[in-house]
Design a binder for this molecule. Structure first.
Ligand SMILES: Cc1cc2nc3c(=O)[nH]c(=O)nc-3n(C[C@H](O)[C@H](O)[C@H](O)COP(=O)(O)OP(=O)(O)OC[C@H]3O[C@@H](n4cnc5c(N)ncnc54)[C@H](O)[C@@H]3O)c2cc1C
Length: 429
């Protein structure tokens, strides 16, 4: 089927995740002709909500407005009446270890204390592996590793304290009831987005830009490349004549891994436990690994668990059935085997093997905590990167990605106005 591109886009945006949508919304305000191309058949990228797999809405990717008091997407959600938790719930976490429920404070003190120390070490200018700050003898050591692997989607040995310290965490995190993916899709309404068009190569040519896609070649005055960093790192999308600083940053700041397992029950199975969040770590069980679950988010009869780092990658390789078994076994350890009879549906995410994502989010290697800055450098003055990996202080987040799109749009608009050769559509199929 023919894809109708707008004639002569001045700016082409590659990728319709939070960053591409942010760029699109900013470009739409300028009146400049532009086109967004997206390889998938849907909008949102790592922001993806759906209700089909479980019969209840859940987010495969982003779910929380992080640093919500400074979160541009939270403000937009407010404007359009997209529902989210207005204030954080208090006293909702409980932990299960060694076959019994533990007091919350034990966990708080070590795990959250450690996470704070990792960031503080980086802010003090020290760039060491997060793992070097952990005490392997501490009973909550595995849980601290687990949380680090979720926050940074990498193993603690692979996390730069300097990069961690550059993240601006205001401490306010609010879950998105109507779905974070659904929000990005709503914000994209009306934008010129051609889905199922995958870019293969971006080249600064003459005074413009050429984008080769699997459906023909597009020329424009400037381009915004808003694809996951791994697409560039692996050459799935080739940036011709890639500057050395950006090539280096792609090596220094790789994407990690993070998957979710989601289980639907026939009703409210955790009713006796008045808490939406639970951590389960039982060293007595032979194959145990710490897990944390959201139970009945927004009163839905579902449980969602999160796994990060290499473990997430390995689990995902094993396949969905193994991931579900693993998550359910942990719940059964804590809540009893009757739970198994109440399961209605179960599924898992596949970000690690998703051919247009291939990971979770970016995290700088130890000693490379400043390399991320290079992503913001323009290429040939008319190609601009956008995405979670580009943001200096809200990296790894959807709102950070969105902000980089806004900024890239302003830069691309200025570059196009400099009078580069007019964009021209040369082919489509
Ligand atoms: C499991 C998980 C949980 C998360 N939780 C949170 C959270 O609670 N809060 C939060 O703020 N963030 C969270 N994040 C991170 C957040 O989802 C991402 O940082 C953000 O959505 C990234 O947006 P982006 O626009 O940079 O990239 P993406 O959303 O990945 O968008 C890039 C787009 O480019 C497309 N693309 C790729 N290659 C091509 C090509 N060759 N041609 C055309 N298009 C292409 C992709 O299909 C994709 O749609 C989570 C991520 C994961 C994986």
């Amino acid at each position: 089927m023919m894809v109708q591109y707008p004639t002569n886009p001045d700016i082409v945006v590659i990728g319709a995740g939070a960053a591409g949508v942010g760029a699109g919304r900013a470009l739409a305000k300028t009146g400049i002709p532009f086109l967004i191309i997206e390889a998938k058949d849907r909008i949102g990228g790592r922001a993806f909500s759906e209700a089909t797999s479980l019969g209840h809405l859940w987010d495969h990717g982003c779910h929380w407005f992080h640093s919500a008091d400074k979160n541009v997407l939270r403000q937009l959600a407010e404007e359009i009446g997209h529902k989210y938790l207005k204030k954080p719930r208090e006293g909702v976490m409980k932990a299960f270890m060694n076959g019994e429920w533990k007091a919350e404070q034990q966990h708080e003190e070590y795990v959250w204390g450690m996470l704070g120390e990792v960031a503080a070490t980086g802010r003090a200018g020290k760039d060491v592996p997060a793992a070097s700050l952990l005490d392997p003898q501490h009973p909550w050591y595995p849980m601290a590793r687990h949380w680090l692997s979720l926050m940074y989607s990498a193993e603690p040995e692979e996390i730069s304290t300097r990069d961690a310290g550059s993240y601006e965490d205001t401490g306010l995190n609010l879950a998105v009831e109507d779905g974070y993916g659904a929000l990005i899709a709503r914000l994209a309404e009306g934008l010129p987005i051609a889905t199922r068009v995958a870019a293969r190569k971006v080249t600064a040519r003459g005074e413009g830009v050429t984008v080769e896609t699997d459906q023909g070649t597009i020329t424009a005055k400037a381009a915004i490349v808003a694809v996951p960093a791994r697409m560039l790192e692996t050459g799935k999308l080739v940036l011709a004549d890639m500057p050395a600083d950006i090539a280096q940053a792609l090596q220094d700041v790789p994407m990690g891994y993070y998957e979710k397992v989601a289980i639907a029950f026939d009703g409210k199975v955790f009713e006796g436990f008045d808490m939406p969040y639970v951590e389960i770590f039982d060293p007595v069980a032979p194959t145990t690994h710490p897990l944390n679950f959201e139970l009945h988010p927004f009163r839905r009869p579902i449980a969602i668990t999160h796994i990060g780092g290499q473990f997430a990658r390995e689990m995902e390789r094993e396949g969905e059935a193994g991931m579900v078994d693993f998550a359910l076994a942990a719940l059964v350890r804590a809540f009893g085997s009757d739970l198994r009879k109440r399961v209605k549906k179960a599924t898992a995410t596949h970000w690690s093997s998703d051919i247009f994502i291939n990971g979770a989010y970016s995290c700088a290697k130890p000693g490379r905590g400043l390399s991320r800055r290079n992503f913001a450098n323009p290429i040939a003055e008319r190609i601009f990167l956008a995405g979670e990996h580009v943001h200096p202080s809200f990296h790894a987040t959807a709102h950070g990605a969105f902000e980089t799109g806004l900024l890239a749009a302003a830069k691309a608009t200025a570059a196009a106005a400099k009078g580069a050769a007019g964009g021209k559509q040369t082919a489509c199929a």
